[in-house]
Design a protein around this ligand. Structure first.
Ligand SMILES: Cc1ncc(COP(=O)(O)O)c(C=O)c1O
Ligand SMILES: N[C@@H](CCCC[NH3+])C(=O)O
Length: 385
């Protein structure tokens, strides 16, 4: 939870705001890099989860690379000082301008999601007299057993190149002189909490790497993507995910030669628990059926509950101790939508106007997905050292 010092600080800040605990972030990054270094794995951070500049600078200081999904993210990564040789650029719909930006900045590689994209990158690279390094994003058809909206590695999903196109890809690669294929890329979904899913991914990756190698495509980089989930229910007791077990699975099940590099693209697992959305109770409406705690933050600041019915732990941090009577509240925002609800029948200490509410585990896919619907202001940020 939060210390008295933090609570005092929160009282003087304008709500709502995102609070980023940079010391927990550093502890998380240390745990991640200590576990991955044991096997010589290369970790990239998926910027899509959080692009706050201080958060990014902290991540960069651990010699982690950048996984970007737009020209804007590539630009942000370069501005923060990520090494261009550690920047990868994925995405099903890269515009010509975005591809040119990546080429001009000599990023490490493009994770290419279709044969047509391969041809376009070849053409744009040729115009600049350059050779573009690419990894082929493969759709491995592995079920991530996560929320259907955040599953990406099934044949029905738009991402990556499917197995039935492999022969054509090999032929294309041979005919595109301004493309150098450095490896294969996979990413099957997000918020994966069943580690067996990663074992299944390894088994599939082994087969696919062998298939390409047998056909003369040298695979130097095996990028297994991200997706490692966090515990949204226990943000304090399980604030850092089990990186040790996660990387060990890949070490044990992924076949590779001494020359091959294994790359990861973690987003959520690195930043989710270091962030909380702090909001103030504007009004309490006690109904006959439902009590409502109406906050000054809404789905415009944190969209995950409205978008995926995602659970975030909600705490009244102005009230402490067991002596306070508790009540159930629907915790809602001010936005003109019925889905603007952070949690239904949430048990909280009896809550009053002015109380501070913390919505936990909001460091990933929180601030980045904010919108100004209803002409809302940009959300503030407060840091803890
Ligand atoms: C290609 C790619 N890499 C990495 C990530 C990061 O995923 P996560 O935040 O689940 O680790 C995503 C998002 O799901 C992604 O689409
Ligand atoms: N935005 C999603 C995850 C999607 C990850 C990107 N492919 C979330 O909030 O959980």
């Amino acid at each position: 939870m939060f210390s008295n010092e933090q609570l005092n600080k929160f009282q003087s800040e304008e709500t709502p705001f995102y609070y980023y605990d940079l010391s927990l972030l550093s502890a998380t990054l240390k745990a991640c890099t200590t576990a991955s270094d044991k096997y010589g794995f290369h970790v990239h951070y998926a910027l899509k989860a959080n692009v706050d500049k201080r958060v990014l600078a902290t991540i960069k200081s651990y010699n982690i690379g950048a996984d970007c999904v737009s020209g804007g993210e590539v630009k942000r990564a370069l501005e923060i000082g990520f090494n261009k040789n550690q920047i990868v650029f994925a995405g099903v719909g890269k515009s010509d301008a975005e591809i040119n930006f990546g080429l001009d900045n000599d990023i490490f590689c493009f994770n290419v999601e279709s044969i047509q994209e391969l041809e376009v990158i070849n053409e744009l690279a040729a115009k600049k007299g350059k050779t573009a390094q690419v990894a082929l994003r493969i759709n491995p058809n592995v079920n991530a057993y996560t929320h259907k909206y955040i599953t990406t590695g099934l044949e029905e999903n738009k991402f990556g190149i499917n197995q039935w196109e492999f022969d054509k890809v090999v032929t294309s690669l041979k005919s595109l002189p301004n493309i150098k294929c450095v490896g294969l890329h996979f990413h099957i979904g997000s918020q994966i909490t069943d580690f067996n899913v990663f074992k299944s991914l390894c088994v599939k990756v082994n087969d696919i790497v062998k298939w390409f190698t047998d056909r003369g495509v040298a695979i130097k980089v095996i990028n297994v993507g991200g997706g490692l989930g966090v515990d949204y229910y226990e943000p304090d007791s399980k604030s850092i995910v089990d990186f040790e077990t996660y990387f060990k699975i890949f070490d044990s099940f992924l076949e590779r030669t001494a020359q091959q590099e294994v790359h990861f693209e973690l987003g959520r697992a690195l930043v989710a628990n270091s962030g909380a959305l702090i909001s103030k109770v504007l009004f309490v409406k006690n109904g006959q059926v439902t009590n409502f705690a109406i906050l000054d933050a809404g789905m415009t600041e944190l969209m995950r509950p409205a978008l995926y019915q995602a659970y975030h732990k909600i705490q009244n941090i102005s009230k402490s101790g067991n002596s306070v009577k508790s009540k159930n509240y629907d915790v809602v925002g001010p936005i003109c939508e019925s889905t603007d609800c952070f949690g239904k029948a949430v048990e909280l200490p009896e809550t009053q106007r002015g109380d501070l509410i913390a919505i936990r585990t909001a460091g990933a896919y929180g601030e980045v997905m904010a919108s100004n619907y209803n002409l809302r202001n940009k959300v503030n940020v407060v840091y803890g050292e």
